[in-house]
Design a protein around this ligand. Structure first.
Ligand code: KIV
Ligand code: ZN
Length: 531
């Protein structure tokens, strides 16, 4: 029987996460993330480190005025000026830290153990004198001498600390050593215990979960596992494991995990690796024949987590390992219904492309189907290019203006960019973002031939607001035109996939019983190079 079934989630994306090399968030970015974290349902938002700069202090103050649901906390070293800067921000809680390991006491802050002990006690007492919640961290706890660590923790408790956080500052713990340490600390203090694990050995999540099993009631984590060096325990992995593997509860609405991850990746500029658990692009994608067949027949075969549980959708990917069932399902989702013979040939061509080392995009798949089905598959072009003008030069800011037709209605937009491709993609996005809710996720440019007239290949991935990702490619000598073509192909594929749910369009798309598309349901495919 667990002593505690509810685990507090202390989010430090805006503090330790912002310490990730290369990350610097604007005040607007930080406020937007704080609002999202509040919606997500974390218990505490560590909004920043007030004494680090005037700007940081101002944005923490701003976040505190937002009256968000979670407790708003600020980080402070164990000294009065830092604590006063935090109090000034009108936060609910202050997280006071001071190193307790021999190496950090001597070389990072140049203090003796007695000075550290006194500073810890004075600081906790000072925070409590001002009526705020105090979370105390003996920094580098996991490399501290146990008797001294316990002595500092006990003294901090006597001074009034509300929660004790145990930082594995350099990520050297294992689940076994973490379990033992938490058990030891529990004999010294009676306030709730929290853990703060870094991922230097890739064990931050496992160590945090071990701490919970040993009695910790709170975990520090960050969206996408951002943080110093290799980062902190990732919030999405920690929460989903707590819920589904360990049977604990948190206040987190798991359906918002993917959206939150995307927002943080966009604002920090740190992309999530494709194979990352829960929020990586491939986390719910299936490629091989056995897997795609399995999940389409019974999702439990290869899906331990329902995609919708974390705000995702399943993706079947065609390639050299593709199976008939997966390709059939993928095509049907685009309202393309080949008969058995045609399907066999499409699968053969998909594998042929895969064997050449080519990524088979969604647009490629329908282009192959079109070729095999002798034009039976025709395009329903929701978005069409009507006009395009691009200006660039040495003294000219690259500017693109574009005219697109969306469901037959025309829209124009102009944008500037770092180059002509950037400008034109932004102009397309300006129109499709609000009208079709489709955003560019990935852009890849490859030269196929050499020389100044090289043929370039553009591969893009776009994503709609339901998390559906579609890929498309275009090939040409003009990079701008190839980029526009790929982008429009991808957007059309994305919209097409959603068509089943769009009453006005789906009403005239009816598959025949024998599997071939009806005349009224013809879908025309754009001319993409599907070699
Ligand atoms: O990693 C760490 O020790 C920290 C402290 C400030 C708690 O981030
Ligand atoms: Zn840290």
């Amino acid at each position: 029987m667990k002593a505690h079934t509810h685990i507090r989630i202390f989010d430090t994306t805006l503090r330790d996460g912002e310490q990730s090399p290369g990350v610097s968030l604007t005040p607007e970015d930080k406020t937007e993330i704080a609002r999202q974290l509040s919606q997500l349902g974390v218990d505490t938002i560590e909004a920043g480190f007030p004494s680090s700069s005037e700007g940081e202090k101002k944005v923490i103050k701003q976040i505190a005025t937002e009256k968000l649901q979670p407790e708003i906390c600020a980080l402070s070293r164990a000294n009065k000026p830092d604590i006063e800067a935090a109090i000034d921000c009108n936060v609910d809680a202050i997280h006071v830290f001071i190193p307790t390991s021999p190496v950090q006491m001597k070389h990072a802050i140049g203090m003796t153990p007695q000075q550290v002990l006194d500073a810890a006690v004075d600081s906790v007492a000072y925070v409590k004198k001002h009526g705020l919640t105090c979370e105390f961290s003996p920094m580098d706890a996991t490399r501290s001498e146990l008797p001294f660590l316990k002595q500092v923790c006990q003294a901090a408790e006597e001074a009034g600390m509300d929660r004790l956080n145990v930082p594995d500052t350099v990520g050297i713990m294992t689940p076994k050593t973490m379990t033992k340490l938490i058990q030891e600390i529990k004999t010294a203090v009676s306030v709730p215990i929290s853990v703060h694990c870094h991922d230097d050995f890739g064990m931050a999540v496992a160590n945090s979960l071990a701490a919970v099993e040993a009695g910790a009631q709170q975990i520090h984590c960050t969206i996408n596992g951002l943080g110093e060096r290799a980062g902190n325990a990732s919030l999405e992995e920690t929460v989903v494991a707590l819920h589904l593997l360990y049977g604990y509860r948190t206040g987190v609405n798991t359906k918002l995990l993917y959206g939150t991850s995307k927002l943080v990746a966009k604002l920090t500029g740190i992309a999530v690796q494709a194979n990352k658990a829960i929020v990586g692009e491939n986390a719910f994608a299936h490629g091989s024949g056995i897997h795609t067949r399995g999940v389409t027949v019974k999702p439990l075969t290869f899906e331990p987590i329902k995609p919708g549980y974390v705000g995702r959708t399943r993706k079947l990917v065609a390639g050299k390992l593709a199976g008939t069932r997966g390709v059939k399902t993928e095509l049907e989702e685009m309202n393309v219904y080949p008969n058995a013979e045609q399907l066999k040939e499409i699968v053969r061509r998909v594998k042929e492309l895969g064997d050449k080392g080519k990524m088979v995009t969604d647009a490629d798949l329908t282009a192959l189907a079109s070729a095999v089905m002798g034009g039976l598959v025709k395009e329903e072009q929701t978005v069409e290019l009507r006009d395009l003008a691009v200006v660039t030069g040495i003294k000219v800011i690259p500017t693109a203006s574009i005219r697109l037709a969306l469901d037959g209605k025309e829209y124009t937009a102009a944008e500037t960019g770092v180059g002509p491709v950037d400008a034109v993609i932004k102009a397309i996005q300006k129109i499709t973002d609000s009208l079709a809710n489709v955003k560019l996720n990935e852009y890849r440019l490859e030269a196929i031939t050499g020389g100044s007239n090289a043929v370039a290949e553009v591969i893009i991935k776009v994503e709609n607001d339901k998390g559906r990702i579609m890929s498309a490619r275009a090939v040409g000598e003009d990079i701008v035109m190839a980029s526009v073509e790929a982008m429009i192909n991808g957007i059309n594929k994305c919209l097409l996939r959603e068509q089943k749910n769009r009453r006005n369009i789906s009403s005239h798309l009816e598959p025949q019983r024998n599997g071939a598309a009806t005349k009224r349901g013809l879908i025309k495919v754009t001319a993409v190079d599907a070699r």
